[in-house]
Design a protein around this ligand. Structure first.
Ligand SMILES: Cc1cc2nc3c(=O)[nH]c(=O)nc-3n(C[C@H](O)[C@H](O)[C@H](O)COP(=O)(O)O)c2cc1C
Length: 69
């Protein structure tokens, strides 16, 4: 299986840019990339992917954003 989920949240676009580059790399390597928001992914979906990448920014005192993510 060569299907990768990239689950991210981005406020001002930086994490989204990284997520898009990761998806581009996955596709260039012949894989299938799914770009998903935190509300689009749950633990029950892990088995549908060969790998899952998570990304969100630090949003104060080095704490990861936690309202959405
Ligand atoms: C309210 C706020 C708090 C932040 N706190 C941190 C932090 O504690 N450490 C850090 O390295 N960056 C911090 N940043 C910078 C963001 O993590 C950084 O700009 C990131 O690239 C934003 O990602 P995004 O464009 O995907 O939202 C903060 C930004 C904001 C707006």
């Amino acid at each position: 299986m060569n299907k990768i989920a990239i689950v991210f949240w981005s406020g001002t676009g930086n994490t989204e840019t990284m997520a898009n580059y990761i998806a581009e790399g996955v596709r260039a390597a012949g894989g299938e990339a799914a770009l998903l928001g935190p509300g689009d992914f749950s633990a029950s979906q892990f088995s549908a992917y060969s790998a899952v990448a998570f990304g969100c920014p630090a949003m104060g005192s080095e704490v990861l954003e936690e309202a959405e993510f």
